[in-house]
Structures are given as structure tokens and as C-alpha cells.
Design a protein around this ligand. Structure first.
Ligand code: ATP
Ligand code: MG
Length: 638
């Protein structure tokens, strides 16, 4: 909020921390740490094939509508008449990009309405002209649609400014509001003071009992420019004897000398959240106003206002626990700092947890919804570790995207047994064993590229891949190969070329199974192989689990290895077909006509799940983003 004073700050914000302590139900349950898959082992003979992605919890697939059918949301539905059509709203303040936490609010509001055959509006809660910008409006709508939801209507709190104003006058006439001229300090003092050592009884504002007519005149004067910001407020006349601070005469209107992006210079007074939300909910016919638990105390003022002005339709506010992800920062101010200081590449840098970043990184919208569904909805606030989120995404991708071979840091292997012009093709299935995604042809020639770290100059007992004298399998190739010699660059010390021969069985004998199979991409310019790509591999942006707590600030917690770029990576020819057949998977928010580069997703068989980055040029340079590793990250970028 731009205005950070006691009077204008919404009370929910002021009592947020307190509430979390007060509400027993809302107490965060301890998250069980996710099961740590065992450290990646070298594949063992004889079944050794391409290493499989880590298996997630073996539980049967969860009903994608579980969160609506049981638990908190099911109970909330039962609180209203079964024949009443459900109407909800998702009410973001258009003052920043949405983050992963908001996906829970979107899934709940849009999903709940959809599940019950009702409607959900996208409502821009645009009552603070100081913080709003046009780009946020567009970005928010885009993300909601990308997650697969179509708002029944797009509404703006500001469209109701006239109606709200009329109700404010009505409230004054009903002796339910008065104009107050107190300072922030006086306001605090009336509420019992903030100094713990000097707490005293609450007392009424001296303007509280001014005549109704006088408040009405003064309110109109506020509207017409008689006062400067902070010189006058409209306050609701609630109940000072109530133990709930949300009943202590909340501010309903304040003066802001800022033009509004929709109403321009028409208004100098703007309604607060506390005055706006319940009334707009009522205007829109909302049945279930679902919000997060820091608004629990506001439920009373929400109902108080709707009852006092006696709106014909009465919505019901209910509160669920926020979703927080640890090991990153979600605050707009902090992300803005990272963007402005060019520490990250914009609000959609794939290392961030804004929804635009998750989208660019290649996380499918369905994986985000499935993650929220897995967590379930309760009143408990949940803190989730990044690894747990990634585990859920991995599980989702495992069954929904094709497989390809991509070598990040290639070294050529020359198969001396083959003639220079040798060419053959192997059939390679796109899908894992149990999923049919068709197959494609894999060129195989005298020179194949393998991953640099699949080769060791000196063999050792615990190493099962390629080393001089040791047979190793090339995935899909019938015979193992054995390295015979290699060349190195004098200055860099890096291996530049490996020579190898086939390990073929003698007449009448069987092929000996190698201890491991590695991936490869053949060199065959006539068949457009390999496809050159740049691959970007992302690791955690921060060192600790709680960057917000690091001294002197979160910037001291940044890692310097969170992005690793492989500029000379190579992909096999199957990438072309995978690109043509995208989106993988096809979903409501990502249909063939709507999908961007990020929907070209696949598993690179040994190196992780990838997608095309937006920096890819149509018909030109290809840039890949690693969505997630095949197994839980060890914390290193690669
Ligand atoms: P932030 O301060 O993180 O931007 P906010 O509450 O100010 O959050 P809004 O734009 O007002 O953000 O949020 C729109 C809706 O999303 C609200 O109903 C809010 O309760 C909900 N929401 C925001 N953050 C979360 C979260 N972490 N988990 C679940 N719901 C959230
Ligand atoms: Mg907000």
C-alpha cells in the first residue's frame, strides 16, 4: 500500500499478525518434510537403462476435484441453500504480478464456482489509485485464463464508486458514520494506544457524536475539495465496546489527490477496502466471499456494514489459509528490487515464483492446479518448500510430456568401426513405457555427441559410464561401445574428441549387456542433426529457506550459481516433431491456438524436464529452460 498510515491501512493488515495467533484453527500445522528420494545412484546391471525420474509418493492419483468434494470447501458449500447458484469472485488489487500463493485463491474461487456450475467474476479491487498500473490489469487476466478459467464477468470496484458514495451518505443518515478530523496519533490513542506500557481504555473520537447533518455537509465538503489528504475521514460508527478491533469505527473514506486510472479526476475521496468489499460483493450477487484468514476479524465488520445499509443481497465471507512457498521471496517490493537491480531477467525470470515466471519456466497450468488440489484447503496457513512443489510438478510431467535426448555439454565420440558415410535409423518412442505418444526416427552415424560428464579419462570402480577400455551402452543402439583413445585441448585441459569401437559378440555369442546406457545425439548435417540449442538450467535463487530473515536483508542471501547456461547444447531431431505437436499437455488454458513457446515441453532423458523459452526465435535460435531436474535438486544449479 502506498499510503502507510494507521488510519488508511486496512485493519486486516494491522491485525494480521495478531489474528494468526488468535485463531486456533488457523495455526499453521507443521508441514512434514517431503520424502527425500535417495541420492542418485549409478544404474545397476543388468536392467540398467536410462535413469528414471524419481518416483513420487506411490499413492493413487488424486481426484482432481478433491478439494471441492471434501473438507473445508465442501462444508462452506453446505452453509448456504443447496438450490442457490454459487457466485464467487477473485479480487486482486491491480498493484503487482500475481504469485504462486494467488494460484490457490484462483483455484479456490474459480474452481469452486465451476464445480458447482456457478459463476466467478474477476474483480479488480482498484480503490487505491496510488498503486495501480495498466500492465497489472492485463497480466492478471492473462494468468487467470492461462490457468484455464474464464471469468463470468470482469468487474472493477471503481465502477461502483457512485453507488458506494450513495450508500456512504445513506450510512451517515442512518447515524452509522461520521466525519472525523483526527490525526493518526489521535486515532491510535482512541484505540487504546500502541505503547504496551501505557495501554488505556478505548475512547470515542470527539467527532463521533456530531449531528448527522453536519457529517453529511462535511462529507460532501471532503468530496468537493475543502480538505487536503488526511485532514478528514469518513468513519463508520460501529461498536467501541466490542472486543474486535474491526468494530472500532473503521475508516470508510479517505482523501487522495491522485487521478484514478478509470475515473480520472472525478473523485478526490476513495473508499477503503473495509467499506468497499462487502458492498461490491453484494452488488455482484456473490454468495461465497472466500478470502484468507487474516480477514477473520473483518467478517464481523463485513456483515455489520451490509446489515446496516440493508443491502438486498447478503453474501457470506469465509476464510481459508494462505499458501506460502519458502526459500524464495514473494513480496512485490522485493521482487521489484531484484528486477530493477537486474539480478533477475524481469518479473518472469524463471527463478522467481510469480505466476508469469512459473509459466515462462514451463510449469504447466494443470501442474499448479494439481499441486493446490493435493495440498487441500483448510484454515491453516501452509508453508511449502520449493522441493515439494517441484516434486509435484515432476510427477505431473512424468506422464504428460514426451522424451528426447539432449546433450548439454557435448563431446564428440568417433566410432572408428563405421565408414565415414554410415547412416542408419532407430525407432524411438516419445512416451514412457506405459504412455503411447507415438515414436520417431533417430539418425545414427559415425560421430555421436555425448555428455561431457558421461566420460572419465581415468576409470574407477564406482563409475559405470564411459571410460577408456570399458563398454558402455548408447541408448537404443544394439551394441555397446568401448573408448579407445581421446584428445584434449592443451590450454583448457578439456577432452575434445573420443575415439571408440563397438563391443560386438563373437559368432554365436550373445551381446554382453553394458553396466550403463548413456544418451547421445548423432552428427548428420544432411538430416539436420543435431539441432543446436542454448539450455538454461535454474537452481535456487537463495541460499536459505527464509531469505526474508537474513541480515542485513534478503539480497545477502542470493546465490551466485542460480543460473547455468549451456550455449552449445545439442538436441536430437525429435525436437522438431515435439515442437510441431505442442502443447504438451493440451489443457484448457493452453490449447493449440493459445499456447506459447513454453508449452513445448519434454523430458531430456538424463538431464531434466525442459521447455522452449520465450527468447527462442521462430525459425531461428532455440533456447531451452529446465523446468525441473529429474530428481530432487542437490542445491546446485546443475
Ligand atoms: P500480496 O500482498 O502477496 O500481494 P494480497 O493479499 O495483497 O497479497 P491481493 O491482490 O489483494 O493480494 O489478493 C487477491 C486475492 O488473493 C485475495 O483474496 C487474497 O486473499 C488472495 N491471496 C493473496 N495471497 C495469497 C496467498 N499467499 N495464498 C492464498 N491466497 C492469497
Ligand atoms: Mg493486497
Amino acid at each position: 500500500m502506498a499510503e502507510n498510515t494507521e488510519a488508511s491501512k486496512s485493519l486486516p493488515e494491522r491485525v494480521k499478525d495478531k489474528v494468526e495467533g488468535l485463531v486456533a484453527e488457523a495455526k499453521p500445522k507443521k508441514e512434514k518434510p517431503p520424502k527425500q528420494p535417495k541420492a542418485p545412484k549409478e544404474p545397476k546391471p543388468p536392467q540398467a537403462k536410462a535413469p528414471k525420474p524419481a518416483k513420487s509418493e506411490p499413492a493413487a492419483p488424486l481426484d482432481p476435484e478433491a478439494m471441492f468434494k471434501e473438507g473445508w470447501l465442501a462444508a462452506v458449500r453446505k452453509e448456504r441453500a443447496a438450490d442457490e447458484s454459487v457466485v464467487t469472485r477473485f479480487p486482486p488489487e491491480p498493484n503487482g504480478y500475481l504469485h504462486i500463493g494467488h494460484s490457490k485463491a484462483i483455484a479456490i474461487n474459480f474452481g469452486f464456482a465451476k464445480f458447482w456450475g456457478g459463476k466467478c467474476n474477476l474483480r479488480y479491487d482498484d480503490t487505491n489509485p496510488e498503486a495501480e498500473e495498466e500492465v497489472y490489469f492485463t497480466a492478471i487476466e492473462d494468468i487467470v485464463r492461462w490457468l484455464g478459467f474464464d471469468p463470468a464477468a470482469i468487474t472493477y470496484s471503481s465502477d461502483c464508486f457512485d453507488r458506494l458514495y450513495e450508500l456512504a451518505e445513506k450510512l451517515i443518515t442512518l447515524d452509522g458514520a461520521y466525519v472525523c478530523h483526527c490525526t493518526d496519533e489521535q486515532l491510535k490513542d482512541q484505540r487504546g494506544g500502541t505503547d504496551v506500557k501505557n495501554k488505556h481504555e478505548r475512547y470515542a473520537c470527539p467527532h463521533r457524536d456530531r449531528p448527522i447533518e453536519e457529517s453529511l455537509t462535511e462529507f460532501r465538503a471532503m468530496r468537493d475539495g475543502k480538505y487536503k489528504p488526511r485532514e478528514a475521514f469518513l468513519r463508520m460508527k460501529q461498536d467501541l465496546t466490542d472486543g474486535n478491533p474491526q468494530m472500532w469505527d473503521l475508516v470508510a473514506y479517505r482523501i487522495l489527490e491522485k487521478p484514478h486510472h478509470r475515473t480520472g479526476d472525478k473523485w478526490r475521496i476513495y473508499p477503503t477496502y473495509d467499506f468497499t468489499h462487502s458492498l461490491c460483493d453484494s452488488f455482484e450477487g456473490i454468495t461465497h466471499s472466500l478470502c484468507t484468514t487474516e480477514f477473520i476479524l473483518s467478517r464481523v465488520s463485513y456483515e455489520w456494514l451490509n446489515n446496516k445499509v440493508d443491502v438486498p443481497h447478503k453474501p457470506m465471507q469465509r476464510e481459508y489459509g494462505r499458501l506460502n512457498v519458502t526459500g524464495t521471496v514473494l513480496s512485490k517490493r522485493k521482487i521489484k528490487k531484484l528486477v530493477d537491480d537486474k539480478i533477475v531477467d524481469g518479473w518472469d525470470d524463471p527463478r522467481l515464483y510469480t505466476l508469469v515466471a512459473l509459466r515462462r519456466r514451463g510449469i504447466p497450468p494443470g501442474a499448479i492446479l494439481s499441486f493446490v488440489n493435493e495440498l487441500g484447503v483448510t484454515t491453516a496457513k501452509i508453508n511449502i518448500q520449493i522441493v515439494r512443489f517441484e516434486q509435484s510438478v515432476r510427477k505431473y510431467l512424468e506422464q504428460t510430456v514426451p522424451r528426447l535426448m539432449v546433450v548439454l555439454d557435448p563431446v564428440p565420440v568417433i566410432l572408428d568401426d563405421l565408414p565415414d558415410d554410415h547412416y542408419e535409423e532407430f525407432e524411438n518412442a516419445f512416451g514412457p513405457k506405459d504412455v503411447d505418444m507415438g515414436s520417431h526416427k533417430l539418425p545414427f552415424t559415425k560421430t555421436v555427441y555425448i555428455e561431457r560428464d558421461d566420460f572419465r579419462e581415468v576409470d574407477s570402480k564406482d563409475f559405470f559410464r564411459m571410460a577408456p577400455g570399458k563398454p558402455v551402452g548408447l541408448l537404443k543402439v544394439p551394441y555397446p561401445i568401448i573408448a579407445t583413445s581421446f584428445k584434449k585441448d592443451e590450454t583448457t585441459g578439456l577432452v575434445t574428441e573420443i575415439h571408440a569401437k563397438f563391443d560386438k559378440p563373437a559368432e554365436g555369442e550373445k551381446v554382453k549387456k553394458p553396466k550403463a546406457y548413456i544418451q547421445w545425439v548423432a552428427k548428420s548435417p544432411e538430416h539436420n542433426s543435431p539441432i543446436p540449442v542454448e539450455a538454461r538450467v535454474f537452481g535456487p535463487l537463495f541460499k536459505s529457506d527464509n531469505p526474508d530473515a537474513v541480515e542485513p536483508n534478503f539480497l545477502a542471501d542470493l546465490r551466485d550459481d542460480s543460473l547455468k547456461v549451456y550455449p552449445d547444447a545439442v538436441a536430437e531431431v525429435g525436437l522438431k516433431e515435439v515442437r510441431e505437436r505442442a502443447p504438451w499437455p493440451e489443457e484448457a488454458g493452453e490449447t493449440k491456438t493459445k499456447a506459447g513457446f513454453e508449452s513445448v515441453r519434454f523430458q531430456a532423458m538424463r538431464t531434466g524436464y525442459f521447455c522452449l523459452d520465450k527468447d527462442t526465435e521462430t525459425g531461428g535460435k532455440i533456447v531451452l529452460n529446465r523446468i525441473v531436474a529429474l530428481k530432487e535438486d542437490t542445491g546446485k544449479a546443475a
